[in-house]
Design a protein around this ligand. Structure first.
Ligand code: PLP
Length: 443
C-alpha cells in the first residue's frame, strides 16, 4: 500500500511545477466523486486510495508548489515530507515519554535548536502545537495564569470567575487568531485595548505607553511580521515599556520570527529575546508539512503550571512528557518533521531560505512596478501588496499560473503576495508577475 501511495505522491509532486495552481472546481462534481454512500462492506485498500486520488485531484490546490503566494504558505522540504511519512508509519503517541521516548527526545532537540536559531533564551520551553493559532492560545493561557498569579489569584485552580481584571493590549493590526485565542481562554475577543499603528501596521510605542498607564495586571500582544505588509512592531521600545510596567509581552511571529535566523533581517526582531512568550509556525516559512506550530515560553515553570496534565495513572517521570507544554494529550509526533527540516537546512540553510524569499518579494515588487502596478507597502520582508480590484484577483486565480488572495489595506483593495516556499525560483516570480500584470491591466 505504501508503494502504491508512493507512486501517486510521486506523480503529484512531478506535476506541481506545471499544474494550474488553484484550478476552478465544480463543488458538486467534487462531492459526487468523493461523497458516495458509506459502504456496508469494506472496499479494498488499493481501490480506496485510487478512488481518493481520482476524486480529490480536481480539488487539490498546488499550495506545495512554487507559484502559490496566498496566505503565507510554505511548501514541504523533502526531508520534512519524508519524516512526515515516517511519523505516520511509526504512529507514535507523542503525549508522554513512555508513549514514545524518541518523540520526546526529538522535541527536546527541536526545542534547543529553535531557541538557539532564533536567539531566544536557552532556558525557555517549547510546546509543539498544530499551528500559530494554537501557539497563541497556549502562550496566552500561560500569560493569563502567570499575570493573575502575580495578582494573587490561582486561575489554573479557580478559573476566571471573581478574578482580578486583566488588561489585554494589542496593536490595531494584530492577527485575527490573537483575538480568537483571547476568546478561547476566557479573556474575550473584544476585551483587548487596541493601540494605534503606523501606515505599515506597526504598533506605536507612545500609544502603548498611554495604554499601559495604570493598567494593572496586563498582557501585551505584539507582532513580528504583519500578515499584509510584513511590518514588525518595534519590539525594543515595546519590551522596555512592558518591563517598566510589569506587563507580560507576547509576540505573534507566525512567519516573521524566522527573520531572526538571518543576519540580514535579524535587525527587524531587535528586542525579541526579552519578551515572555512567542508564537510561531513551522508549516509556513520553515516549509514543514501542515500541523506544525511552536508555542515558546521564557518561564518553563509557568508554562508547565498552566498546561501540565495530571492524573493518578499518569506518573510523571524524570524525562520530558510533551503534554506538559501543549493543550493536547494524545497527538501526532509532529517533532519529527521540524527536526528533519532544521537538520536538512542547517543554520545557513534557514538564513538562505529567508533571504532568498525576501529577495523574491523585492523582485516581485520591482517587476510589478515596472509594469505599471502600484505597490502599497514598504517591502521589508516577504510580503508585497499591490493595488488591484477583486475582479483582477479572480482573473489571476482563474488563469492558474499562480495563486494570490485579495485583501484591503488602508482602505485600498489589493492583492497580497507572500513568498515563503523553498521551491520558488526567480523564473517563477517573473512568470507570475507577468500573469498578475496581465490580469490587472486587462479591461
Ligand atoms: C498565519 C498566522 C497566524 C495563524 O497561524 P496558523 O498556522 O494558521 O494557525 C497567526 N499570526 C500570524 C501573524 C500569521 O501570519
Amino acid at each position: 500500500m505504501l508503494e502504491h501511495a508512493f507512486r501517486h505522491a510521486e506523480a503529484f509532486l512531478a506535476s506541481l511545477p506545471d499544474r494550474p495552481v488553484g484550478p476552478p472546481v465544480d463543488p458538486d462534481a467534487l462531492r459526487a466523486a468523493l461523497g458516495r454512500e458509506l459502504p456496508d462492506e469494506g472496499v479494498p485498500a488499493e481501490q480506496v486510495i485510487d478512488d481518493l486520488v481520482a476524486g480529490a485531484d480536481p480539488g487539490i490546490v498546488a499550495s506545495a508548489g512554487p507559484r502559490y503566494f496566498g496566505f503565507v504558505t510554505g511548501g514541504a522540504l523533502p526531508a520534512a515530507l519524508a519524516a512526515d511519512w515516517l511519523a505516520s508509519a511509526w504512529d507514535q503517541n507523542a503525549h508522554m515519554w513512555v508513549g514514545s521516548p524518541a518523540a520526546a527526545v526529538v522535541e527536546e532537540v527541536v526545542e534547543e535548536w529553535v531557541l538557539s536559531l532564533l536567539g531566544l533564551p536557552a532556558s525557555a520551553s517549547v510546546g509543539l502545537v498544530t499551528g500559530a493559532q494554537m501557539a497563541n492560545v497556549t502562550c496566552l493561557a500561560v500569560a493569563r495564569d502567570a499575570v493573575l498569579k502575580r495578582a494573587g489569584w490561582d486561575a489554573a485552580g479557580q478559573g476566571l470567575i471573581g478574578a482580578p481584571p486583566i488588561t489585554v493590549i494589542a496593536g490595531q493590526e494584530a492577527h485575527a487568531t490573537v483575538f480568537s485565542a483571547l476568546r478561547m481562554i476566557g479573556l474575550g475577543r473584544d476585551a483587548a485595548h487596541l493601540v494605534a499603528t503606523d501606515d505599515q501596521g506597526a504598533m506605536d510605542p507612545d500609544a502603548l505607553a498611554r495604554a499601559l498607564k495604570d493598567a494593572g495586571p496586563a498582557i501585551v500582544c505584539a507582532q513580528a511580521g504583519n500578515v499584509n505588509t510584513g511590518a514588525f512592531d518595534p519590539l525594543e521600545p515595546i519590551e522596555y515599556l512592558c518591563e517598566q510596567s510589569g506587563a507580560w509581552l507576547h509576540v505573534d511571529g507566525a512567519f516573521g520570527l524566522w527573520a531572526a535566523a538571518s543576519p540580514r533581517y535579524a535587525h527587524l526582531t531587535r528586542g525579541l529575546e526579552r519578551a515572555d512568550s512567542w508564537a510561531t509556525d513551522a508549516h509556513k516559512w520553515l516549509n514543514v508539512p501542515y500541523d506544525g506550530g511552536l508555542a515558546i515560553v521564557k518561564d518553563r515553570a509557568a508554562h508547565r503550571a498552566a498546561l501540565r496534565l495530571s492524573a493518578a495513572y499518569l506518573v510523571a517521570g524524570e524525562q520530558r512528557d510533551n503534554y506538559d507544554y501543549t493543550p493536547e494529550a494524545s497527538r501526532r509526533a509532529r517533532g519529527f518533521t521540524v527536526y528533519a527540516a532544521l537538520r536538512s537546512l542547517g543554520r545557513t540553510g534557514v538564513a538562505e531560505l529567508v533571504e532568498r524569499n525576501c529577495a523574491q518579494a523585492t523582485r516581485f515588487a520591482e517587476r510589478l512596478r515596472a509594469g505599471g502596478a502600484e505597490v502599497l507597502n514598504d517591502v521589508v520582508l516577504n510580503q508585497v501588496l499591490v493595488a488591484a480590484p477583486p475582479s483582477a484577483v479572480a482573473r489571476i486565480q482563474a488563469d492558474g499560473t499562480c495563486w494570490v488572495g485579495g485583501t484591503v489595506w488602508g482602505g485600498r483593495e489589493a492583492i497580497r503576495i507572500s513568498t515563503s516556499n523553498w521551491a520558488t525560483t526567480d523564473e517563477d516570480v517573473d512568470r507570475s508577475a507577468r500573469a498578475i500584470l496581465t490580469a490587472i491591466t486587462s479591461p
